[in-house]
Each structure stands twice: as structure tokens, then as C-alpha cells.
Design a protein around this ligand. Structure first.
Ligand SMILES: C[S@@+](CC[C@H](N)C(=O)[O-])C[C@H]1O[C@@H](n2cnc3c(N)ncnc32)[C@H](O)[C@@H]1O
Length: 341
């Protein structure tokens, strides 16, 4: 976990330096997120943690709208940290960037705000950014031939190529099934094993070819690029996305002051289910039904701010296609966080 160094300049990473970050990424449901956070982060001296800083779109919106707000932006991607730091430089000390995975949110808050500190709001806009998808060399996109990497933090951990080189056939089947809901997982895994016995699979293009060859012709003709599910599954596995999210949510809730708010945007069902379950548990009383007075320690610690999940309307989807799959959920902390599971 490192604080962003000003010596890391965004421009050194930019493949398309002519386009400013503001144009390269449109934040999803920006006003809805800020409206939901507003009652908690509008007071002087308030602190918001943007746990998925990305290109800083949500953070910029929050800093512009709430003039006394300080934002601590966390991202595991050093490229995002550099770009957002450049973009948000004009806010001076009101913005601080920290390179970390968001399951360290409690430690980040302690280091940035002091031991025992709580924050007023936390925002999580999950998944990959357009920056990561757009930069071919990162290996996230099945539409561009590139090294098969897919690490959100390219400075650490095994890449997708490493994973495919070492995982057993059973493990690959599990990854494709669980994280990609890929019904042809066994066929794809078998072909991966056969091809890697001939030569290591190191390029996204090779993986796309393998998936195409493994899937029966009729299935190839429907449902978009057949490699989409395999790429999603590998990305989730390479970045250990679900385990980190499961670990992060209780720590995020425990880092809020009473009255503080958590807002989460999820783009795929596995993530959204994790968010929904944690928030629902927190909003449910642990008291047996019929108990006339609910003791404080059994009372719900959360109030849900969304009924189900909020979706983007057609106008937002037309303006920003990434918003089509978003599910937005929010909750307010009513009392010290306790997980009523
Ligand atoms: C959808 S983008 C956020 C975009 C941002 N809200 C904006 O408006 O520019 C998600 C970001 O979260 C980061 N991220 C994903 N998982 C993370 C994790 N476990 N810890 C820290 N950052 C993570 C990604 O690197 C990516 O930059």
C-alpha cells in the first residue's frame, strides 16, 4: 500500500495522451451516487473514500459539488492513480490518492485520518475501468490482440497467461463456470490444456481462437463474441475480485461513522449478490420474531437507501453504454456496524 507519488506522471502511461481523462471515462450514475451520499458528506470537514478511484470521475464530481469535502481515492492500478492524480491536482489537499486494494480500506483510513477515525461516506464503483479496457497492452479486451495479462495492478501477482500455464484442467473449468457462467467450460478448458502442451498461451488473440474452436458452431453464431465470458472469468480470477470484495464490505461498513453512507455500483451478478447479501444482513434484525423489545445489539445496523437495486434509465444508457448493466445499492449506518449473520 503506497501513497501516490507525484513523480509517477500520468502521461508516461497514456497510450492516447491527446484525450483527457474527463473524456475517456464517463462516470456511471454520477448524480444518483452523489445524491445518495449527500446527507452524509455535505457538512464541513466531511471525508469521502472513493474506494475505486479509476480515472477520478466520481471523485471530481464530488469535490466540485461539495466544497468542504476531502476525498481519499483508493485504486490498485498505479496507472489509474497517476491519471486521477493529474486530473484532480487542482483540488490540492482536498484530494489524496492511495495505491492499495480496497480491502485495506480500514488501514488506509487509519493512516490518512488517524487511529480510530471514521469517515462520512464510501463509494465503490466495481470492476474494470474504460482505461483498463481501452489500453490494448493490459490484455483485458478480447477485441484486441495483446499480451494476456489482465492484472489491474501489473506490478504484482500472476497474470492471466501465468494462470493458464499453471492451473489444472479442473481449476480452469471451475473458473470459467463460476466467474463466467460459461456452459462450454469443459470443452474450452480441454483445448487450453492441449494448446498449452504445444506452446505457452501468451496472447489474447490465441485465447480468443481457442474459445472459438472449442465452442460448437451454432453457439458461436449467437450472443456476441464467444470469448466474452472466458475473458470475464479470467479477469475475476486473476484479480481475485470476489474474495477481495467479500472481505472489503464489512471493513468498509465498520469504517463509517454512525449516519455515514455506503454506495456501491456493481456490473455483474456475482458482485451484486455479494453486495446485496451484506447490506440485507446488516438491515435485518437478529432478534427472534415476536420479541416485544429488540435489544440494541440485535437491532439492524443499516438502513437500505435503495429498494432492490437502482438501474440506469434509457437516456443514461444511450449516453454511456457501460451503465446498461449497473446495479446501484446504498445503505446508511444506523449504529456501530455489526454483521447480523
Ligand atoms: C469502474 S472503475 C472506477 C471508475 C471511477 N468511478 C471513475 O469515475 O473514474 C473501477 C476501478 O476500481 C479499481 N479496482 C477494482 N478492484 C479494486 C480493488 N480490489 N481494490 C482497489 N481498486 C480496485 C480498478 O483498478 C478501476 O480503476
Amino acid at each position: 500500500m503506497t501513497e501516490a507519488s507525484t513523480s509517477v506522471r500520468a502521461s508516461s502511461y497514456l497510450a492516447d495522451a491527446s484525450r483527457p481523462a474527463r473524456e475517456r471515462h464517463v462516470p456511471v450514475l454520477l448524480s444518483e451516487c452523489l445524491d445518495m451520499l449527500a446527507p452524509a458528506i455535505g457538512a464541513p470537514g466531511a471525508v469521502l473514500v472513493d474506494a475505486t478511484l479509476g480515472m477520478g470521475g466520481h471523485t471530481e464530481g464530488a469535490l466540485e459539488r461539495f466544497e468542504d469535502l476531502t476525498v481519499i481515492g483508493i485504486d490498485r492500478d498505479p496507472q489509474a492513480i497517476a491519471l486521477a492524480s493529474d486530473r484532480l491536482e487542482r483540488f490540492g489537499a482536498r484530494f489524496r490518492a492511495v495505491h492499495a486494494t480496497y480491502d485495506h480500506i480500514d488501514r488506509v483510513i487509519e493512516e490518512q485520518c488517524g487511529p480510530g477515525s471514521r469517515v462520512d461516506g464510501i463509494l465503490m464503483d466495481l470492476g474494470v475501468s474504460s482505461l483498463q479496457l481501452d489500453e490494448a497492452d493490459r490484455g483485458f479486451a478480447y477485441s484486441k490482440d495483446a499480451p494476456l495479462d489482465m492484472r489491474m495492478d501489473p506490478t504484482t501477482g500472476p497474470s492471466a497467461a501465468d494462470l493458464l500455464a499453471s492451473a489444472s484442467e479442473g481449476e480452469i473449468v471451475r473458473i470459467l463456470r463460476t466467474y463466467g457462467e460459461e456452459r462450454f467450460a469443459p470443452r474450452i478448458a480441454r483445448l487450453i490444456i492441449r494448446r498449452r502442451d504445444e506452446a505457452p498461451i501468451t496472447r489474447t488473440g490465441e485465447l480468443v481462437d481457442i474459445v472459438r474452436s472449442a465452442i460448437p458452431a451454432p453457439a458461436r453464431r449467437s450472443g456476441g463474441n464467444p470469448a466474452k465470458r472466458t475473458f470475464q472469468a479470467l479477469r475475476v480470477a486473476v484479480n481475485d475480485e470476489l474474495t477481495i470484495l467479500e472481505r472489503a464490505l464489512p471493513r468498509a461498513l465498520a469504517s463509517l461513522r454512525v449516519g455515514g453512507r455506503l454506495v456501491v455500483e456493481a456490473y455483474q451478478s456475482l458482485e451484486d449478490r455479494i453486495v446485496k447479501d451484506v447490506l440485507r444482513r446488516g438491515a435485518t434484525s437478529a432478534a427472534p420474531p415476536g420479541l416485544p423489545i429488540v435489544p440494541d445489539e440485535m437491532a439492524p445496523s443499516l438502513r437500505l437507501l435503495t429498494k432492490g437495486a437502482n438501474r440506469a434509465d434509457q437516456a443514461e444508457q444511450d449516453h454511456n453504454p457501460r451503465s446498461a448493466s449497473v446495479r446501484l445499492r446504498g445503505a446508511e449506518l444506523l449504529s456501530e456496524w455489526k454483521d447480523n449473520s
